[in-house]
Write a protein that binds this ligand. Structure first.
Ligand code: G3H
Ligand code: 13P
Ligand code: ZN
Length: 305
């Protein structure tokens, strides 16, 4: 279970393993270039909708291709919502899966997660569970803190009952481009309590994209119209010192890619080859990943050559 080893090393080593989503081929290529440049471990993760976009046969080829590069990469299913999608990812050669039962009633979440752990561990595949709800910004006000944030005591029970290898928690980050309604705030106080309750379990933070203003501005300067966005800039600077051992970023690479493609096409109205503007996207994704690896994860040069 290569991902478990990666995460445990990061947990005790004051760094975070970057878990970056691949939404298309160009983003995948940019991320691989960033690993090669930084000598960082990485989790390349694929959501169910990304898997559908690639289609299973092509996804299988991508998995084989990634393995052939012999880089420190773990391939992970992001936000699996059913037993069936977990089985599908394992069949495609993923070495780790997330089962996200966080929106189910607690007992149902435990039942489904335990079923996945039994199935996955028998196949040498590690499992990430989730407890607590990552609200989308608009829903923030609809949930009480008790409903939204992970309960430290329940986290202890959940890990013991399910046997998960890592736990995604909710301490204030949200998914997507517009993460917060008001003043962004991450509940590091809750994280400290969770760390005490599950001291040996690597913690996962979803919704960790910084959503840099630079990308939004570039998109808007080149014909885009993204008006509302509040990200995590500055909020995750010290996360590497905690038990957060895996951070999930997807939005940042979508923005990096789109901003570069828009800029390229605007500057070169005569160009039409997808490999021309695709290359601009790949380079921007690589730059963005190197930045997150070195500034937030501190995982550069953590792989011995
Ligand atoms: O956390 C969710 C990821 O950003 C995946 O999003 O289902 O649009 O690929 P997606
Ligand atoms: P962002 O939306 O902040 O990129 O988070 C991605 C994520 O959590 C994927 O699981
Ligand atoms: Zn997520």
């Amino acid at each position: 279970m290569i991902q478990v080893k990666m995460l445990k090393k990061a947990m005790t080593g004051n760094y975070i393993v970057p878990a970056f989503n691949i939404a298309n081929f160009e983003i995948l290529k940019g991320l691989i270039l960033a690993i090669e440049e930084t000598n960082s471990p990485m989790i390349l993760q694929v959501s169910e909708s990304a898997m559908n976009y690639f289609t299973d046969d092509i996804m299988y080829g991508i998995v084989l291709g990634i393995r052939k590069k012999k880089l420190p990469i773990s391939i992970h299913l992001d936000h699996g919502h059913s037993f069936d999608v977990v089985k599908r990812a394992i069949k495609l050669g993923f070495d780790s899966v997330m089962i996200d039962g966080s929106t189910l009633p607690y007992k149902e979440n435990v039942r489904l997660t335990k079923k996945v752990v039994n199935y996955a561990h028998a196949r040498n595949v590690s499992v990430e569970g989730e407890l607590g709800v990552l609200a989308v910004a608009n829903d923030e006000g609809l949930l009480t803190d008790g409903e939204r944030f992970t309960s430290p005591e329940q986290a202890k029970e959940f890990v013991a009952l399910t046997g998960v290898d890592s736990l995604a928690i909710s301490i204030g980050t949200n998914h997507g481009i517009n993460k917060y309604q008001g003043e962004p705030k991450i509940r590091y106080d809750i994280l400290k309590k969770i760390e005490k309750e599950i001291p040996n379990t690597p913690i996962v933070l979803h919704g960790a994209s910084l959503v840099g203003k630079k990308y939004i501005d570039k998109i808007n300067e080149n014909g885009g119209n993204i008006t509302k966005s509040i990200g995590n800039e500055n909020l995750l600077k010290n996360a590497y010192k905690t038990h957060i051992s895996k951070i999930n970023m997807d939005t940042d690479f979508r923005l990096a890619y789109t901003s570069a493609v828009r800029e390229y096409l605007h500057a070169h109205p005569d160009k039409y080859s997808p490999r021309d503007y695709g290359q601009a996207g790949i380079e921007e994704v690589k730059k963005c990943a190197v930045d997150r690896i070195t500034k937030i994860c501190k995982s550069n040069n953590k792989i011995k050559k």
